[in-house]
Design a binder for this molecule. Sequence first.
Ligand SMILES: Nc1ncnc2c1ncn2[C@@H]1O[C@H](COP(=O)(O)OP(=O)(O)O)[C@@H](O)[C@H]1O
Ligand SMILES: [Mg+2]
Length: 216
Amino acid sequence: MIITFATQKGGTGKTTLAIAFANYISVNSKRKVNVFDFDFQKSFYHKWKEDELLDIPKLYDVEIIDEENEQPFSDFETLIELKESEEINIFDLAGTLDVKYSDLLIYSDFIVIPFEYSNVSAKSTLVFINFLGLLESQAERIFIRSKYDKGYKYLNQDGMDTEISRYGILLKSPVFKRNCLQILDTRKLTYEQKYAVKSPFAELIDHINKCLEITL
Ligand SMILES: Nc1ncnc2c1ncn2[C@@H]1O[C@H](COP(=O)(O)OP(=O)(O)O)[C@@H](O)[C@H]1O
Ligand SMILES: [Mg+2]
């Protein structure tokens, strides 16, 4: 299966959630996890490389996809193999819309879309939703409130929740803004980090299981 972390805006928490999810699911599932870094900044990949210095075993491999290495996309068959595989293939994308992402966005099983309640984020989330519509992507859209500030009353929250829920699943549990989520290593979640992502990830996994009629 293919689970892609994407949206049109940078800085919303795609890479943070992709790392946290890859770590979390590696420990909680028997399935093999593979990560593909499809962002030109390669922040997931660089962190994973850096973590080779840690004295903790790696949980998964991270491959980069760029001009020199478009491996999973050099032929369409490979993409379909990833989709049909029992393994969990996680993609982390850049915050820019690009035609090079089209096939992946069309054939992902799930697109996890982190968003915040700001005017800029609302607008770019809707642009991204529109883009997926134009591509006629069949992927299930899963929206997740990211960097959510507990003590803050977001003025446009209800309106945006209603709008977003028309296009996919909105997870009930947010990922709160937490200092412990600012730096994640790719080999282990701390107790605090696990606690911070547990509820939204349990919801996400539950949803994936129901949708594909499997057990992750
Ligand atoms: N839940 C969170 N709480 C606090 N900081 C966060 C959280 N999620 C992301 N960040 C921080 O926000 C910044 C952007 O996150 P990142 O995951 O790199 O976004 P993206 O991949 O969408 O560009 C990073 O500095 C990251 O540490
Ligand atoms: Mg990123």
